[in-house]
Design a protein around this ligand. Structure first.
Ligand SMILES: [Zn+2]
Length: 299
């Protein structure tokens, strides 16, 4: 295990304990690192930086071991990709007027490439994805399969000034080295290029209310950001923050039920029932506790 520091303050001296470790046996399996749609309250010890407020796990698994778990993780969310893609495409559409061009887009952690297809539909000339899970990439459609690199994202994978837009959806919470990744994003963006991130908002009322029972308190997550801490991290890495906004997610009722803090036995009974019923498959949209943030490098 590796000791972590606050990614904003680069120290642990203001740490305040938040939750005790709850790893148990078998915490580190590729199943648990497969974007589970049934969170089971397995998590590292968690702390909050008393200075900047950033929440993080500490200690965490070594980076090489994490990379292996993500490489072996399976695609478990085929049913929901249509809904997620629609949401991400909506927010991409909103920021297009800020983009220098609609030519080259990169998505970090693109899974099966469902959002890359949307970006092609929206008129992007060239889309590229990076995704460590071979299983996810094998499920990609032929339209984008060859545009996805099976790897963990590293800056040197791409030349400088390669992209107009770099996106990361539900990715940053999982990264052990967010400063390195943001520095790399800045380098591969063209002048005027844009970064668009969507991920959990640790400051959302849903997560504050649920506390340790929130689905975001999870062994997959290393840093948990809110509007303020994500803006500070972007600023630290040379980005000017253009927009921060709450994300409205649209998913079927059975999906929301799977994320709710219900006992596992209840979920095992309830979710298949909901999936089988018309009402359970009906989509519902609400601000469930995600944030979006848009930044541009300040050259
Ligand atoms: Zn801090």
């Amino acid at each position: 295990m590796r000791h972590t520091l606050c990614a904003i303050c680069d120290t642990d001296q203001w740490d305040r304990p938040l939750y005790h470790e709850a790893l148990g046996d078998g915490a580190f399996t590729s199943d648990r690192f497969s974007a589970r749609r049934m969170p089971d309250r397995v998590h590292y010890r968690m702390v909050r930086c008393g200075d900047c407020g950033l929440v993080r796990s500490d200690p965490v698994l070594d980076e090489a071991e994490l990379a292996q778990l993500y490489a072996a993780s399976r695609l478990t969310y085929q049913h929901e990709t249509g809904f997620a893609g629609e949401t991400y495409a909506h927010y991409l559409g909103e920021l297009l007027p800020l983009a220098p061009a609609k030519e080259r887009l990169l998505e970090i952690g693109c899974g099966s490439g469902f959002f890359l297809e949307r970006a092609l539909d929206m008129g992007f000339a060239e889309v590229t994805g990076v995704e460590p899970s071979r299983d996810a990439v094998e499920a990609a459609s032929p339209r984008v399969r060859d545009r996805i690199r099976i790897d963990s994202f590293r800056g040197w994978l791409f030349p400088e000034s390669s992209f107009d837009i770099v996106c990361g959806f539900q990715v940053f919470d999982h990264l052990a080295n967010p400063n390195e990744i943001l520095a790399a994003c800045r380098r591969i963006l063209r002048p005027g290029g844009i970064i668009l991130l969507i991920h959990h908002d640790a400051g959302a009322w849903t997560h504050r209310w649920l506390g340790e029972r929130s689905p975001i308190i999870d062994v997959e997550h290393i840093y948990l950001y809110d509007r303020r801490t994500m803006a500070r991290l972007l600023g630290k890495n040379g980005f000017e923050v253009k927009r921060v906004f709450p994300v409205r997610n649209r998913y079927p009722i059975y999906y929301w039920a799977s994320m709710a803090p219900l006992p596992a036995g209840v979920k095992r009974w309830l979710i298949p029932k909901l999936r089988g019923a018309q009402l359970g498959r009906a989509p519902v949209a609400w601000h469930a506790g995600n944030l979006g943030i848009v930044g541009v490098p300040n050259w």
